[in-house]
Design a protein around this ligand. Structure first.
Ligand code: KG4
Ligand code: ZN
Length: 350
């Protein structure tokens, strides 16, 4: 029997197994991560090896350097993940991997590593969308969370409002027509001279802001669930450049704070518009760690009688546990099983 015929049979059988242990691999950007997750909810280990200190030197992720460091780190991350979970490779029921969206070279390291493991262990290989993984992070943080719900997806690559009808049934209600909100945070941070990754640094600096700065900006795309962030980004960049050219003093904290207020207002107002038909809201992705966004969503949801689910901070940004969580539900739905021709994809559809 070929590897794939055997994997197909095993995948079907897993649906009825009481305890399913998935080893998951995530390498879509600059984090090399491997996790062991049981039944989509219980994290036995989640090792994240971050390359932030390397990419900081360049002000952003350098794709080629990210790929090389994934290769360097990945076997050590696997050893650590098994050790922490107190498991061996023979305990693994399936291997899951992020196949997209992300940096092609970086993704390929994880994909090839996962293919090799799945083949050697004779277990099914599950190809997972990174975006679905971010949603899956919430099943770890909230054991009581079940679909249907509405999801605000805010990361470096995506800004979207997604209707999650079932674990593997997604309907895109709105998305950005230009930049993602994460890109916008990172660009504003860069123009303010803050180091990579910019989002957390804006979040920190904004807390020291005292006065609201008026940028040359009007909220775009009213009365739709689509977002636009490039106008806001340009307005902030122009403001800073103008001040620098004219040698006018300005407060970086005030700029960070004023920008963050506008960006989070845009996210919260659209989300609450979409929430009119939903009693449950889930947040996913790196920008979901933003303290002001979390605060505003809590207030708005309370006011509108919406139950809010925020992922733990460590599951907002990229990690393999979220991939293992959603992979379990792929398996239950009978989707995602891949043969050894699996390759990486720079983009994926939600
Ligand atoms: O989900 P993620 O780790 O990677 C992608 O899938 O893109 O998101 C990364 C993005 C970056 O743009 C980063 O600056 C942003 O999330 N981010 C934040 C915060 N923490 C991470 N943005 C605002 N406030 C934060 N606290
Ligand atoms: Zn991500």
């Amino acid at each position: 029997m070929s590897y794939f015929e055997d994997a197909q049979k095993k995948y079907e059988k897993l649906k009825h197994k009481e305890n399913v242990l998935i080893l998951s691999v995530e390498s879509s950007c600059d984090e090399t991560s491997i996790a062991l997750v049981e039944n989509g909810r219980k994290v036995l280990s989640n090792i994240v090896s971050s390359q932030i200190d390397i990419h900081k030197l360049y002000g952003g992720v350098v794709p080629e350097i990210a790929s090389r460091n994934h290769i360097k780190n990945i076997t050590g991350v696997l050893d650590e993940a098994l050790l922490k979970a107190n498991k061996t490779l023979s305990d693994i029921d399936a291997v899951a991997v992020t196949y997209g969206a992300g940096l092609i070279g970086a993704l390929l390291v994880g994909v090839n590593f996962a293919k090799t493991l799945a083949f050697a262990l004779k277990v099914p290989l599950i190809a997972v969308s990174h975006v679905h993984g971010h949603i899956g992070a919430n099943y770890i943080s909230h054991v009581d969370l079940t679909p249907p719900f509405l999801c605000l997806m805010v990361s470096g690559g995506h800004t979207a409002i997604v209707e999650v009808k079932d674990y593997c049934d997604f309907n895109l209600l709105g998305t950005t027509v230009d930049d993602s909100v994460g890109e916008c945070f990172d660009k504003v941070a860069r123009v303010l001279g803050l180091s990579y990754p910019g989002g957390p640094n804006i979040d920190r600096l904004a807390k020291e802001g005292k006065n609201i700065v008026k940028f040359n900006y009007k909220t775009p795309l009213k009365d739709t669930l689509n977002f636009s962030f490039s106008g806001l980004k340009t307005a902030v960049v122009n403001y800073v450049h103008n001040c620098e050219q004219k040698n006018t003093d300005f407060s970086k904290a005030d700029v960070a704070c004023s920008f963050q207020e506008l960006a989070t207002d845009e996210l919260v107002s659209k989300t609450m518009l979409a929430c009119r038909d939903y009693p449950k809201l889930v947040v996913a992705g790196g920008v979901g760690a933003n303290s002001r966004l979390r605060e505003k969503l809590e207030t708005a949801c309370k006011k509108n009688g919406v139950k809010l689910y925020l992922p733990d901070l460590k599951y907002c940004t990229d990690n393999a546990a979220m991939i293992g969580a959603i992979a379990y539900y792929y398996m239950k739905a009978g989707i995602g099983l891949s043969d050894l021709s699996l390759t990486a994809s720079a983009t994926v559809r939600i």
